[in-house]
Design a protein around this ligand. Structure first.
Ligand code: SF4
Ligand code: ZN
Length: 325
């Protein structure tokens, strides 16, 4: 097969666009989508200037998604005085898994010369995920604990670090799965939250009212397979092993269904996302207008915003016998 743009040998075919692309054109198309998403989300138009630059904190796990994100961001902004990048890796305390992916993170941040921080559950919560998975005091999947801790660590660290934005490597498949899971759960408030947390244009958001650092997912237009191919073609130091506690069975089921739909109807993931984003925006507006959107309390223990007296993270830290610093 030949590249539809230049006639060179194609390295990929995207059924949803019908395009065959050679290595050069494929790489450029991935980079273009990432940069366009950054522009269209208003991440550059809402403030950063050479005199008043912004710090963007990038969640770097060492997997292909966050490695590609970090690489493309650095190449995009290395000479841009408006943006300072800092990579943050969360160390969950999972033997044989996180140490290897941490190596990938170090290799990448060394090669790119960007600042790199590591936050360990051990130090933040007094527990490691291996022990939590083993004991499992609440009878939940390990990821249910881990996800709460990760979100907390990311936003708290972003806040402490004075980061203006928090960027994560979620790709199109991740986002379409989350969208379907939220739609199928029937929890419209969750959908509205998703808009406020990550989908809204930065221009439209009431950032001053938001206790969290605004989030962005610049890879969310790029399918998972293309992220993997991009990392492979550029020989980026991505770690491929799967976490031994990976247990999101429902997400796996949804992923299979979406793959089947995508095979039979190319473009399904894109249309799931465009419909979902519109719905999320409408839902967010509704909750904001009727005043039931904000009005959060502060956690008695840690001060994090919550609807209850004690936030979910503090509940879980208690349950697993951990300790806040
Ligand atoms: Fe944590 Fe689950 Fe991810 Fe493993 S797969 S790092 S337990 S969220
Ligand atoms: Zn708390």
């Amino acid at each position: 097969m030949q590249c539809d743009k230049c006639g060179e040998t194609a390295v990929m075919h995207a059924a949803y666009s019908g395009l065959h692309l050679c290595e050069g054109h494929f790489r450029r198309s991935v980079e273009t989508r990432i940069r366009r998403r950054i522009r269209e989300d208003g991440m550059l138009s809402d403030g950063p200037t050479p005199e008043d630059p912004e710090t963007w904190l990038v969640g770097l796990s060492g997997g292909k998604d966050s490695v590609v994100l970090t690489q493309v961001l650095e190449e995009t902004f290395e000479d841009d005085p408006r943006i300072e990048l800092v990579a943050l890796t969360i160390h969950e305390g999972i033997e044989g898994y996180r140490d290897a992916s941490l190596q990938a993170c170090l290799e990448l941040t060394d090669a790119l010369s960007i600042e790199h921080e590591v936050v360990a559950y051990d130090e933040e919560y007094g527990v490691e995920m291996d022990a939590v998975a083993e004991e499992d005091p609440l009878g939940m999947a390990p990821c249910a604990y881990c996800g709460v801790f990760r979100r907390d660590a990311l936003s708290r660290y972003a806040d402490e670090y004075g980061a203006d934005k928090l960027l994560t490597g979620h790709n199109l498949d991740d986002e379409a799965q989350t969208a379907m899971m939220n739609l199928l759960s029937g929890d419209v408030r969750q959908i509205a939250k998703h808009f406020d947390a990550s989908l809204g244009s930065f221009d439209d958001r009431e950032i001053d009212d938001d206790p969290f650092v605004p989030r962005a997912k610049p890879l969310r237009d790029v399918p998972e397979k293309e992220v993997a191919l991009y990392a492979h073609l550029r020989d980026l130091p991505a770690h491929t092993a799967e976490c031994p506690h990976a247990s999101e069975a429902y997400r796996g089921e949804i992923q299979e269904h979406i793959h089947e739909l995508e095979d039979g109807h190319p473009g399904t993931r894109h249309s799931i996302m465009s419909g979902y984003e519109k719905l999320a925006e409408l839902a967010a507006e509704t909750y904001r207008d009727d005043g039931t959107g904000g009005s959060e309390n502060e956690c008695d223990r840690c001060g994090a915003p919550t609807k209850s007296e004690v936030c979910r993270k503090c509940e879980l830290v208690d349950a697993v016998g951990g300790e806040l610093p």
